[in-house]
Design a protein around this ligand. Sequence first.
Ligand SMILES: [Zn+2]
Length: 281
Amino acid sequence: MGVFRKRNILLATAVLLTCGGAGVAWNNVEDAKAVTSALIAPPPAGKLKEIRQTEPVIQIQEPEKKSTQITTPAPARPSVTMPPGKAVTNLDYKNGEKVIYLTFDDGPGPYTEKIVSVLEERGIRGSFFWIGQRMTEAYGHIGREMTDAGHVIGTHTMHHASLSGKSKSYQEREIKDAIRAVEKHIQVPSVYFRPPYGAMNDMTKRIAADEKQYVIYWDVDSRDWNLAKHPEKIIDNVLQNVRPGSIILLHERQQTLKVLPQIIDRLGKQGYSFAALPKPK
Ligand SMILES: [Zn+2]
């Protein structure tokens, strides 16, 4: 494996951008200066980091079966006003609900259905950021079942590309091709985007805004991709950093599947509930 580097990025202030609907607010660190102090919320302690992961090996594998056996009805998803092209790290529920968001990167792949099964067994929904290159008709079928059941599928570039510092044409191609590939196969609009490695620049944000994409970061990094030999640390990373409204970064990996039931069950005992990312208005 390669080198793991991290770098603190802008975290002057976390901000509540007010919005209507179900009492939900987006925390957006980038608009800190533009919002009155009355709306300023305390930042997650040293949470927002730009993560440089090792490049994953892209192996396209067909799923073993074609049904995720989703049996529970899709729960209602609140809709929120959110700004396209701005990095979102946390969602606050003003009414005190301890709602958190499990997000899974780098699929689809051999663990997609197993992860969905773990979620479904507990009646909860997750959000997935898929790589365009991995899309096949079979995964499209699975993706349609997932979105019908209330899970969310966003994109993660066409080739798991690191976008920061790349040309406009390269970034546009990576982002748009992935959206086209995912939408073509799942036949559902894809409006959420997560840049691989968390690497993006102002141009990435402009492209995302032009494409009406909502950029989803995270405030809890499980580091699961690097903890295959120490899966118990994945649990610690989540449990020690979670707070209401947290967006938790996970990946479609074997070690993640292994600890996912424990993560969900232990958070549930702490009073947390889980939701897919809300619908944008
Ligand atoms: Zn990734």
